[in-house]
Design a protein around this ligand. Sequence first.
Ligand code: PYR
Length: 355
Amino acid sequence: RGFLKGAGTGLVAAGGVNAPAVIAQPRRFRLNLLTSWPAALDNLYGTAEYFAGRIEEMTDGDVRVRTSPGGAEVGALEVYDAVSSGAFEACHTAPYYFIGKNPAHGFFTALPFGMTLEQQNAWMTAGDGQALWDELNARDNLIAFPGGNTGAQCGGWFNVEINSPEDLQGLRMRFPGHGGRVMAKAGVNIQQLPGGEVFTAMERGALDAAEWVGPYDDQILGMQDVAKYYYLPSWAEPSAMLGFYFNLEIWNTFPADIQAQIQACCAEANNWMASQYLAKNPLALEELKAAGVQIKHFPDSVLEAFAQAAREINDENMSNPDYARIHSSWSAFLERLRGWDQTNSFRYREFIYRD
Ligand code: PYR
């Protein structure tokens, strides 16, 4: 495809005897970056564009990235295969869309009742997260880096009230990742749909409920026009990490400085997205309330039912050796961080949020 590596990738001596000179030859790297996002979602798709802008600036145009919305060139949920095969150089997507290939991919977006944004970033950066992800991805000829995080998501949009676990039975709901499998265990009829199809499925009555991200994105999708109740919090995605994936063979042809600059831009984009959501979600939630959306909280009995189903799904996944190996790093790290949070920051939050 359109991936071009400039002929002169090094420094070429081109001087006379007394005045040797080195002339840097232009280097050209062109990346087609598929995404799983509709272009209207300016935090998700916007992160791919942000990355494209930053890497072009940082390399003074040596690296240029062309982004494309989900479905424009490749199905929104098929981007992993398209990059793995080398048909495209890169993609920006949610790793948990690929738990059908291996349940271990779930650790790199979200696990039900799992890590917060801070905890996920810490595991990826200061724990074993990146090394474990590298090992998993390399088998599919891929390498990936954290590429944004939505932070805490919301529980989803419903047209019926959820007062007890019985109210979930038979509901048709869009729900991704291991959270979707938990929902299925709790009696919900799960459908996997990319973001670009969620609104239409609700509008046509093909779904009774849907989970996407949070107030800012959901408002752009128009969920307030097709559902009555907005349930909080998300027990399935206390944060959701996304990834920039690169075809590994192509990645290995990049000089070390280009690889380092791409990684730096991914890290910037990771932070950029999380900050955008944190800043925009509270304002969007106020607007949704003003537009008449009824905000509800899941009752404890329903959260308990999700927690029980999540334990069962986790037990089932443990028969997969990759899942079991990664789980042991992930859970030990999380336990340590939770102990620290509980004895320190949690006390602070408890104090400032007391009635
Ligand atoms: C979702 O697909 O639901 C995300 O949160 C990205």
